[in-house]
Design a protein around this ligand. Structure first.
Ligand code: F6P
Length: 359
């Protein structure tokens, strides 16, 4: 059996722990394990394929990032190609990818990624490839699994940042708006904001009104609390308004969401008269040593992926269904969307302790 592993989309702490466990489990079965570099690109002449040996994965479990590298611009079904006149067109290179995988004697692939990568993996299954998925995202927005590795580490980073911002905000009587990742789902904002005691949490699932956030700030002011912390997910939007888009995306890439915190701080300062500052936590949330929870979950996913290969569960992804790791059809998981449940205990608890959602 020759298995090839790839990591696609944005990186997440724990990717290397998945790779390490899958490689060791595969090698211990007497299999050959390859790494496809740079998402699917390694099979399309971009950065190639390498042999994953014991030496190659030694000590990587604690490392953030991915030793295989990754990209969010490498969809083989819609590959960006620049024309001589400088414009870009999309080309379907999936047949080329499959032919190259066959040439290399790859019997099965383990694709580690978020919903974008898993959708590509599922399309490859439909074209006859033997693929197992491993869900990954710091945003925790892949359905079919209770959680994804990387999320816990990102939440920890955000909590640490809120703790630090609180003392400076309090010392200066300021409002500080902190933006976290969460393009479509507000899990990072909700978990970190509730755990660290934010005063307002703005998430994509709940359109906000700046007046309501300002009300919360002024209510605190009247109570003698002269500072406020607002945690905002990058994909949050005002009632009837648009998501904030920042800068130019690269060809083949989704629109870059972000930059909301700066605008909100400006609007809050205008509305409340209180000095307001902003911070975009950005890619800090994607780095660092994965937490113990993420390392254990990643290791479990890596091991389960190899067992799924042995069982021929093509088209399935591994998933956490506490206390077990199970496999679920990728098509089933992809057909659902995972968002913050508005009637869930976390939103209710947050409201009950007085946190505003700007609604
Ligand atoms: O993995 C998803 C995510 O964390 C989103 O929340 C965010 O919009 C995106 O990645 C940013 O990715 P990048 O800036 O690296 O393209």
């Amino acid at each position: 059996m020759r298995v090839a592993i790839s990591t696609g989309g944005g990186d997440a702490p724990g990717l290397n722990a998945v790779i390490r466990t899958a490689v060791l489990s595969g090698l211990n079965r007497g299999w050959d394990v390859l790494g496809i570099r740079k998402g699917f690109g390694g099979l399309l002449g971009d950065d190639g394929v390498e042999s994953l040996t014991r030496d190659r994965v030694r000590g990587i479990g604690a490392l953030g990032g991915t030793i295989l590298r990754t990209t969010n611009r490498g969809n083989p079904f819609s590959w960006p190609v620049q024309q001589p006149d400088g414009t870009w067109v999309r080309v379907d290179r999936s047949d080329e990818l499959i032919a190259h995988a066959r040439q290399l004697g790859i019997d099965a692939m383990i694709c580690i990624g978020g919903d974008g990568t898993l959708a590509i993996a599922n399309q490859l299954v439909e074209k006859g490839m033997n693929v197992i998925g491993v869900p990954k995202t710091i945003d925790n927005d892949v359905a079919g699994t209770i959680s994804t590795f990387g999320f816990d580490t990102a939440v920890g980073t955000a909590i640490e940042a809120i703790d630090k911002l609180k003392t400076t905000a309090e010392s200066h009587d300021r409002v500080i708006v902190m933006e976290v990742m969460g393009r479509d789902a507000g899990f990072i904002a909700l978990y970190s904001g509730l755990a660290a005691g934010a005063d307002a949490i703005l998430i994509p699932e709940i359109p906000f009104s700046i007046e309501k956030v300002a009300q919360k700030v002024m209510e605190r002011e009247r109570m003698g609390r002269h500072f406020s912390i607002v945690v905002v997910a990058e994909g949050a939007a005002p009632v009837g308004g648009e998501v904030s888009i920042i800068g130019e995306s690269m060809p083949g890439q989704e629109k870059r969401v972000g930059g909301l915190a700066g605008r909100l701080a400006y609007q809050l300062q205008e509305t409340t008269g209180k000095e307001s500052r902003s911070l975009v936590l950005g890619h800090l949330q994607r780095g660092g040593t994965p937490t113990g929870y993420d390392r254990a979950l990643a290791a479990r996913f890596g091991g389960a992926a190899i067992r799924a290969v042995a069982d021929g569960k093509w088209g399935h992804m591994v998933a956490l269904k506490s206390p077990d790791i199970v496999t679920v059809p990728m098509s089933e998981a992809l057909a659902q969307t995972k968002r913050v449940p508005l009637d869930g205990d976390m939103v209710r608890t947050a409201r009950e302790v007085g946190i505003s959602f700007g609604d």
